[in-house]
Ligand binder design. Sequence first.
Ligand code: FES
Ligand code: FES
Length: 158
Amino acid sequence: MNKEINFTLNDELVTLSVPVHKTLLQVLREDLYLTGTKEGCNAGECGACTVMIDGKPMNSCLTLAVEVDGKNVLTVEGLAKNGELHPLQQAFLDVGAVQCGFCTPGMLMSAKAVLDEIPNPTEEQIRTGIEGNICRCTGYDRIVKAIQVAANRRSQKV
Ligand code: FES
Ligand code: FES
């Protein structure tokens, strides 16, 4: 059975008929071809599929597409604006925090949620904010550093 849903995706209104059993992750990747959001565990444990729904980081593998009807969804594709990388994306590149890159999209969304809530987070607050995102490469030090760099750059601009 399908249901029509309307939601805002990366600042654009989307109307879509979706099977009621399909997850948001499946709809993003298979129907909307937004493959930046990654599928890892498909069980809510790795954070690779993290997107923001109404400003909160959520696992899109555990969210049915019909649940975002009327909501605001931001994926990694919506971070860059006017051809410019989001400050977090730039910082990840600058400090070498994109290691294999598979966890990076979800990590960026959780990092954005941290900085939206706490403009100058401590290392502990950053680590807590990304604790649902698993990186299986080389560890978290560069990722944490990148988030600190993005926060510092932003506070220097204000
Ligand atoms: S794919 Fe969603 S938490 Fe792992
Ligand atoms: S960069 Fe490879 S899993 Fe994190």
